[in-house]
Design a protein around this ligand. Structure first.
Ligand SMILES: C[S@@+](CC[C@H](N)C(=O)[O-])C[C@H]1O[C@@H](n2cnc3c(N)ncnc32)[C@H](O)[C@@H]1O
Length: 495
């Protein structure tokens, strides 16, 4: 047998070490390797050296195989044709300088691909004929004449796989063709992962780019909603975490599910929703879980493509929004405390049996508890009152200010009140639509001691509300934080 491979002290026809460099083999750590047409086992030896769990070489030459076994006792070698391949699947398969010996080269490539693991790589080292057509070209060599594929023919054979010519290989003396290294992998569907936080434009991108490209989109929000109603299958662990206290705050749901270590279960559901082919996923995944999610897609045979883009987010996270809102509330308190020209009303309704008996309802629209009034604003009292007896007429209102009483009529039309309060009454007298009142023109500085508001029915006064006013003076803010936080009554008492 002519010496083909080169080892220290043995020069073969092939510069094996240079070829090894050109092959750009993937890392072998923990992988199964098969070398088809292994000769004296140079590459099997390398695979074990690089951490392969198993390295098997086959060659039809008994001499080559027996030499290989002596050189590399922890590899396994078989003297057999590539018509029959060893059992099992391999992570890396090498066919170097041998394809042209096969009777049916395309069939050999497909058989080798069938023996490859899902994520495996077939490494071909081969001559490619320089032709613009897709054809087999017969090439005379010093030792024989063989068929070599053109680039187009190779593309045709490899059409169903993902493949790449990674570069030139080392030339051998008398080579009529250039040699190339080609890496071939099983084509796996892409999953486009749009995992950015809410408001970053994921859904818009899906509606535009992916819709146009006819790539189906799986919506994370919709998946969570379906899972919350147990409308789609999922692991019990995932379903129960989602169903427990479900609320459609999907970023929180995502956080909760992933914090429970359920990335794999969730990815399983997404894959089913995706239908087994290529799809885009529109679902927020916090950054700390993104690697885990990517790995889970990888394990399920997908090529995960994470899409990142710079865009100002239109929405901050719920935690952020709440923090900012509280800071703003604080700043509002400071701002209001520094304003010296505003006044605040405190309205207290008086409850009396006479009022309750006479009116089915009444309301002061203005002033409102805590309402601020600027220096230039007039002070208005307005509202409505409906007597229990719908036929009663002649109800009046009054305001009493510094002992002076001003009386005014109910003469404003209030369809809204009639519609809301009297919708069930069979016959409502037309006059009752005029149940509203409005009294303007008072100045706030006329109210230092507060005002009384009430009704006059049959000449009898019925006090209905007391209205106080607290005025801020420069440098002496009287609007306390607590008041502004809603405890207006305190201010009233302080006055
Ligand atoms: C040019 S050598 C290449 C050796 C090795 N792959 C390398 O690149 O160093 C081709 C090898 O393929 C082997 N071979 C040829 N036809 C074969 C077949 N049908 N089955 C298995 N091995 C075969 C030969 O015995 C030879 O060792």
């Amino acid at each position: 047998m002519t010496q083909y491979q080169s080892f220290p002290g043995v020069n073969g026809a092939s510069e094996s070490l240079a070829k090894l460099k050109a092959l750009r083999l993937p890392s072998f750590q923990g992988k199964r390797f098969l070398d088809v047409g292994c000769n004296e086992g140079f590459f099997c030896g390398y695979a074990r050296f690089d951490g392969a769990s198993e390295a098997i070489g086959i060659d039809k030459s008994r001499v080559a195989v027996s030499r290989a076994q002596v050189r590399f006792p922890d590899c396994r070698f078989f003297a057999q044709s590539w018509q029959q391949l060893p059992d099992g699947r391999f992570d890396v398969i090498l066919l170097a300088s041998a394809l042209h010996y096969a009777e049916d080269q395309a069939a050999l490539i497909h058989r080798l691909m069938d023996s490859l693991s899902d994520n495996g790589t077939l490494v071909l080292e081969m001559g490619i004929a320089p032709s613009g057509k897709s054809e087999w070209v017969s090439v005379k060599r010093s030792i024989d004449e063989r068929l070599f594929p053109s680039r187009g023919k190779l593309a045709e054979i490899l059409a169903e796989y993902a493949w790449k010519i990674v570069g030139y290989s080392v030339q051998q003396a008398g080579d009529p063709l250039s040699r190339y290294v080609v890496h071939v992998r099983r084509q796996r569907p892409f999953v486009f992962l749009l995992l950015e936080s809410p408001g970053s434009g994921k859904t818009t991108l899906c509606r535009t780019l992916f819709a146009k490209a006819k790539v189906p989109v799986v919506s994370g929000d919709l998946t969570y909603r379906k899972l919350s109603g147990r409308q789609i299958p999922a692991s019990e662990a995932l379903a129960s975490v989602i169903c427990e206290d479900f609320s459609p705050q999907y970023d929180r749901v995502a956080d909760k599910v992933l914090a429970q270590g359920l990335a794999g279960d969730l990815v399983e559901v997404w894959c089913r929703q995706g239908g087994g082919g290529e799809f885009a996923l529109d679902s927020y995944v916090p950054e700390k879980y993104q690697q885990e999610v990517k790995a889970a897609f990888d394990e399920r045979g997908y090529v995960p493509v994470v899409l990142n883009w710079e865009m100002e987010k239109s929405m901050s996270g719920p935690g952020d929004a709440a923090k900012k809102a509280s800071r703003y509330a604080e700043s509002l308190l400071d701002l209001t405390a520094s304003q010296s020209t505003v006044a605040a009303f405190q309205v207290k309704r008086v409850s009396s049996p006479a009022l309750a008996q006479f009116f089915s309802g009444w309301h002061l629209d203005q002033p409102v508890n805590g309402q601020l009034l600027t220096e230039h604003e007039g002070f208005t009292v307005s509202g409505w009152a409906l007597p229990s007896d719908l036929n009663v007429e002649g109800v009046r209102c009054y305001v009493r200010l510094k002992g002076v009483t001003q009386v005014f009529k109910l003469e404003k039309r209030r369809e809204d009140v009639v519609k809301l309060r009297l919708k069930d009454q069979p016959a409502v007298p037309e006059t009752l639509a005029y149940c509203g009142f409005q009294f303007s023109g008072l100045r706030k500085d006329e109210l230092p001691a507060g005002m009384e508001f009430g009704f006059i029915v049959n000449g009898e006064e019925m006090p209905a509300a007391r209205v106080g006013i607290s005025q801020c003076t420069p440098g002496k803010p009287s609007l306390s934080r607590k008041f502004l936080a809603g405890v207006g009554a305190r201010l009233w008492r302080r006055r």
